[in-house]
Design a binder for this molecule. Structure first.
Ligand code: ZN
Length: 221
């Protein structure tokens, strides 16, 4: 690296560092809130801070960035965050803080919902890499027939036993696709990820139908 480049890079680093510090000063008292754990509140005045800018959902939830995430850990983090962020807790606080809690709490809800569900989690991770599942995915006839038949079976299922069997079968399909997606992400094979998520879409839509039917039949699990 040339000396000029070095100086240029160094000043770039300093500018971004300055910007970071400015972003992380407390909106309420102006103190630097860097390194305050759990990073939600100002260590000086205890005001709830703005959600981090430009952070992805994994960072916001404080979980490892991986398709293979631990769903119970995610649920635990979610409960922890909402314990601090729920707008009800800010009813008697400053208006700014009420607004921040609403914004932060709905961001956490959105992040949680997206990461919890295997299809949405995959789509989100693709999007982080600037990729999307095309509207029209190539699937073979036999697969489409299988899906159509399953949809019909769900529609025609009458007893609790029937619907719960279809539910278990479909969940197992999603589960095994989930494992394949995880391996494809691990290998960095985005084409495969896109193809598998395209298939998962069909099973996820069957799942939505099944869950609706379970609710409509008043089945308690
Ligand atoms: Zn403060």
């Amino acid at each position: 690296m040339s000396v000029r480049n070095f100086i240029f890079n160094k000043s770039l680093r300093q500018t971004s560092l300055l910007r970071q510090i400015r972003f992380s000063s407390c909106w309420s008292c102006g103190k630097d809130v860097k390194n305050v754990e759990p990073n939600l509140f100002c260590g000086n005045c205890n005001a709830l801070q703005q959600p981090p800018r430009d952070e992805n959902y994994f960072k916001i939830m404080g979980v490892k960035e991986s398709y293979d995430l631990d769903e119970s850990e995610l649920a635990k983090k979610y409960k922890e965050l909402q314990k601090y962020l729920h707008p009800d807790k800010y009813a008697n606080r400053k208006k700014e803080e009420q607004e921040i809690s609403e914004k932060y709490s709905s961001l956490v809800n959105e992040a949680y919902k997206t990461l919890l569900e295997p299809l949405n989690r995959g789509i989100y991770m693709l999007r982080l890499q600037g990729k999307e599942i095309p509207e029209q995915t190539e699937v073979d006839q036999a697969f489409l027939m299988e899906i159509m038949e399953k949809n019909e079976e769900v529609e025609n299922a009458e007893t609790e036993k029937e619907i719960m069997e279809l539910n278990a079968e479909n969940k197992a399909k999603i589960n095994s696709l989930q494992k394949e997606v995880s391996a494809a992400f691990f290998e960095g094979d985005m084409k495969k990820v896109i193809k598998l998520l395209g298939l998962m879409k069909y099973y996820t839509s069957i799942d939505t139908q099944i869950q609706l039917s379970i609710r409509n039949k008043g089945i308690i699990r």
